[in-house]
Ligand binder design. Structure first.
Ligand code: ZN
Length: 548
């Protein structure tokens, strides 16, 4: 042990680890060697092993009674940090919370809890934890910085600016606070202040190319064109990333537009938005505008969570293999309900191909979109059968299989056990309600009711989603959208009178080129140019037949 500690202090972590491991063997009931071995593993970037070692320390501490009580909060905190290293932020929150309960003055545990909650999108709870941390340690710069970020995420930018400023007062070289404050000033149109912040970031961290780029943009906003050009050149010296070239192209576009505006053009934008009732469809296969808007949103969610790469069969496997703790809800009806951190472990298995940061992003999206709807009482528990049923339609697999798994998940709920192959009506109703609340939240009750009240039993939106999934790589020669000017990918929506074409996004948003003002617009959807070709030929044959 003593040797290990000396080695650790001299940053010889690999060597220290060997000593601590040996100590673990000699004194298996001692907490400290496990704890220290865990720290070594964490520093070496071996998060999973670190976590296992901390869990052993925890086990030993609980078995050893009071003598280790003083170490428990620290074990919980380090366990949480190791879990965050693996991308398991919901689980990390659990342990930070434990530490804060055991030791209410542990301001670092509260700060870590707040930052982790921020990372999974639970902003209100994050603000509470961070405010408590600051209450205990008023000069805690990092806690101020994260608090300001959470406030910004909740839309309270005025307060966020004050708190970021406080973080900078406490620690003048706080790069994150300076950089984020620069962004807020830019959003507020206070460009000289923004460029000042970026200059200060660069003083601490001269190679921060994003700060350099943003400095250029804010100088441009402040109409210091020459300075802006200089800053851009500096940014180009730092990196050759595509983002930078995209940003420059975008800036040039903006300048061009401005020139055009000054030159006395007709003053209209490059599109007008038409109200939904004026969009009509031609042909049975043409997707309705509202359906497409909904499906595009679901598709975006599928992409952030990477669930489109998760085989739906894996859900089935979880149901068959997993041992889920059954709990009883207030009314006494048994449910297979599960706590959020355990749910995160299941998600980790389903999405085991993701890197920790990407996985954390997926959990954040699922937490914000699905779990908040499920756990509206804030109990921290989720009905697992329902959860699988909601997930299944957006996983990877043939549509019939996705529906089958959703159906099985509803049957899998214990209330249905022994009840044969029938889903209770109450469950079906609740399921459809959840689907609506999660996947089409922004639309009125009436329209979504129609959408889900079809013969397809709640999956009306799925056919449109499938079209998007398969059309991702369809190009249409070098056809571009008449509104956004990007090449059309997926379906092409052609207006049959004026012959302009729209991409998925512009069609779903109801944008049309201003040159074509019409009472109403009729669109036909083409999945590919081959389809469009066939359609043209059909027109010709019809015409020739009708000719006398
Ligand atoms: Zn477009």
């Amino acid at each position: 042990m003593a040797i290990g500690r000396v080695l650790y202090e001299h940053q010889l972590f690999k060597e220290a680890l060997v000593s601590f491991k040996r100590a673990c063997e000699l004194q298996p009931v001692d907490v400290r060697p496990h704890f220290r071995a865990g720290n070594c593993l964490y520093v070496l970037g071996r998060y999973k092993e670190a976590k296992d070692e901390f869990l052993l320390a925890l086990e030993a501490a609980e078995a050893g009674g009071n003598q280790w009580a003083y170490l428990l909060p620290q074990i919980y905190v380090n366990l949480g940090i190791a879990l965050e290293g693996e991308g398991m932020v919901l689980s990390a929150c659990e342990y930070y919370r434990e530490a804060a309960i055991l030791c209410p003055t542990h301001f670092r545990a509260l700060k870590l809890l707040g930052s982790a909650l921020f990372g999974v999108g639970e902003y209100r709870a994050a603000v509470k934890a961070l405010e408590e941390a600051i209450f205990m340690k008023p000069d805690y710069a990092d806690a101020h910085c994260d608090l300001a970020s959470a406030l910004h995420a909740m839309g309270d930018d005025d307060k966020a600016i004050v708190i970021f400023q406080k973080a900078i007062d406490l620690k003048p070289g706080h790069v994150d606070a300076l950089y984020n404050l620069g962004g807020l000033y830019m959003d507020a149109g206070r460009f000289p202040r923004a460029s000042e912040m970026y200059t200060r970031v660069l003083a601490v961290w001269p190679n921060h190319w994003r700060a350099q780029l943003n400095k250029a943009v804010s100088l441009l906003g402040a109409r210091e064109t020459e300075e802006a050009k200089k800053a851009l050149k500096e940014a180009l010296k730092m990196t050759n990333r595509v983002e930078l070239h995209d940003a420059i192209a975008h800036l040039k576009q903006l300048q061009k537009k401005k020139v055009k505006g000054n030159g006395g053009a007709n003053g209209e934008g490059s599109f007008v938005v038409v109200e939904p009732t004026k969009f009509k469809t031609v042909g049975e296969k043409t997707t309705l505008r509202q359906d497409l808007a909904n499906a595009l949103e679901i598709r975006a969610f599928q992409r952030i969570t990477r669930l489109s790469r998760c085989d739906v069969e894996l859900l089935k496997k979880e149901m068959n293999d997993g041992e889920v703790p059954v709990s009883y809800s207030g009314t006494g009806v048994p449910q297979r309900s599960i706590r959020k951190p355990n749910l995160e472990e299941i998600l980790r298995r389903l999405l085991d191909f993701l890197k920790p940061e990407t996985f954390q992003g997926a959990v954040k999206a699922i937490n914000e979109r699905i779990l908040t709807v499920f756990d509206d009482t804030g109990s921290g528990r989720v009905d697992l059968g329902m959860f699988f049923a909601v997930l299944a339609p957006i996983c990877n697999g043939p549509p019939e299989k996705r529906k089958r798994v959703a159906f099985d998940a509803l049957l899998w709920r214990p209330v249905n056990e022994g009840g044969g192959a029938q889903i209770r009506k109450a469950d079906a109703t609740r399921y459809i309600k959840l689907l609506r609340a999660i996947y089409v939240p922004s639309h009125g009750v009436k329209s979504s009711f129609v959408m889900f009240d079809d013969a397809d039993w709640g999956f009306g939106i799925m056919s449109t989603l499938l079209k998007l999934e398969t059309g991702d790589r369809n190009r249409h020669g070098n056809r571009v959208c008449s509104v956004c000017r990007y090449p059309i990918i997926g379906s092409r929506f052609k207006e049959i009178k004026s012959h302009f074409s729209l991409c998925n996004q512009c069609y779903s948003e109801g944008k049309v080129p201003p040159a074509h003002k019409q009472e109403e617009y009729k669109f036909r959807e083409y999945g590919s140019e081959a389809e469009a070709m066939k359609d043209k030929c059909k027109c010709f044959t019809l015409q020739s037949h009708s000719d006398p």
